[in-house]
Each structure stands twice: as C-alpha cells, then as structure tokens.
Design a protein around this ligand. Sequence first.
Ligand code: GA4
Length: 321
Amino acid sequence: MVILSKPGIEQFSYVRNKQPAALFPPLIPIVDLSEPDSKHQMIKACEEFGFFKVINHGVPMEFISRLESEATQFFSLPLSQKEKTGQPKPYGYGNRRIGPNGDVGWLEYLLLTTNQDPNLPTENPDGFRVALNNYMAAVKKLACEILEMVADGLKIQPRNVLSKLMMDEQSDSVFRLNHYPPCPSSNGNVIGFGEHTDPQIISVLRSNNTSGLQISLRDGSWISVPPDHHSFFINVGDSLQVMTNGRFKSVKHRVLANSVKSRLSMIYFCGPPMSEKIAPLPCLMRGDQQSLYKEFTWFDYKTSAYNSRLADNRLINFEKI
Ligand code: GA4
C-alpha cells in the first residue's frame, strides 16, 4: 500500500456544491484516426469541448503496458527511495504538493523534461528509461500527427506550422506520470488534481482503467470522462487557444480521487521552444481581425504560469483589454 507523505487528509480540498449528474450528459467526442473525416471531427471537438478521445492511434500497446508496469513498480517503492529522485523544481518526484504556490492534491507524481535523461533511483533505471523513451517517442509522433491534422482542418499551411514546434530540438515539452492511490474515506469528492487548464499547445493523456478525470463544459458544469486504457485523450492547452485567437478554448479539467482503485496516468505536454512567440496564426486572421492577446513568448507565459495557483485563469494577464 502506498502511503502519501504529509499533509494529512483533513488538509485536502473537496469538491464543493457537487451538482447532480446531468440526465443526458453530452458524449465525449471520439476521433477515429483511421477515418477520412477525422480532421473535421477534431476541429469540431476543439471548438466545442477543447477535448477529445483518439482511437486507432497507432501507439503500440506494448510500449504503453511496459511503461505502465515500470511506473507501477516505481510508485510502489518506499517513499524514501522515491524521494531520491529529487523534488520537482520543476522536474522530479512530487508527493501531494503541486507546483510552487501551495496547491495540494491526493497524488504522487514524476515530472520529467522530454529532452534530458531522468535520474531514476530504481533497481533497473535503464529498463525504466527505455520504457519512457519508447513511449515518449511514439506519443510525440502521435501528437505531431494530430497537430498536422488540426492544421489541415483549419486549412492552414504549411501543415507542420504547429507540429514543427514539437519537432524543434529546443521544444519545451514535459512528461508526467501521476499516481492517485485509492482514498478510502473520500466518498468520491476528494480532489486528486485540482481544476486547471494546461499552459502548453496540447496534452496527450493516457490512463489505466480507473475513473477520476472530469472536464468542464462551456456552461461551467463538470462531466466525468469514462476511462479507456486503449485510447488517448487530447486537451487543448492555453497556447493553442491563443494561436487560434480564441476559436479553440483550453479545457478546464480536474481529477477526483477514487475510493477503491489506484489511478495511473501518463501525460505528454507539448510545449514550444522558450523563445517562440505565442500569437494567433496570421493565416487564421480574416480581414481586419485583431489579436485578442498581447505579444508574449512561451518563456513569458511559462514564467507567469509557474507564479500562479492551479485554478487561476492564467490567460487573463495576456488578454488585450
Ligand atoms: C499544469 C500542466 C502540467 O501538469 C504542468 C503543471 C505545473 C506543475 O505541476 O508544476 C503547474 C501547472 C501545470 C500550471 C500552474 C503552475 C505550474 C503547477 C502550478 C500550480 C507540469 C505545467 O506545465 O503547468
């Protein structure tokens, strides 16, 4: 059994004013990459939800299972061993504390940069490293494919205008393994990871078959995302919201702790190089349309994000008044 370090359960956040589940909640959009129409389905999903599920994604199941098993082994190590990874400043092993500004959640995690070999204090660090590299390479390829389909769907050229940011050697992408141990006293309302939007372009998430992920709809209501360990889930991040001048909206999401089962998720956050200007793509601007946002780089946005609390609206400081 995994014991999380302090703070104790009493210091955790709970979902307040939990609404009764809607009788007919909208279905999460599913994009089948093997279908000819998938790019249009993607655009619709990004506009309406900022979120969709991807099937027929081409990521080999063996890469997924291998990393899941390495991650499970890592999280089952004694706390003192896991802590040898170093604190997440910003990369390392984290337990309950999220980010530098006082947020806490019912989870432990490993936060890694995608272009440096991590320091892993396990018995077989090479096995874990190979599993991470295989998985990250396959998911990066999937992310690039999705970004190229988005460019096609938006009729923008060249089609690698977004994916090239990820292919760049300087791309500031981040990888995260989250482990949410069961929270027996939770009643399903303890916050595992508090509500937030992701600052990056898109995030590619895969989890085991334990529920917990919820997304917020445009009317502010929350819906649960049924888990599916064979599929990937894509979040539109704040940077893509800006690059589409608000046509896509970044999706607010959160994770609730499960009272019985462990949840394990793996997320690849697609970030641009630090010096990249984050601005509406000129080819998307019609006539005399103006940018809704001030000029800024990914470095500016990331710096501001790391000074914010999880639930803050981070884009508000970058909007033109
Ligand atoms: C949210 C998306 C990614 O998980 C992350 C998170 C980061 C962290 O956990 O250190 C942040 C959060 C995320 C946004 C606001 C700041 C920074 C925690 C936090 C309170 C790795 C990221 O890039 O931004």
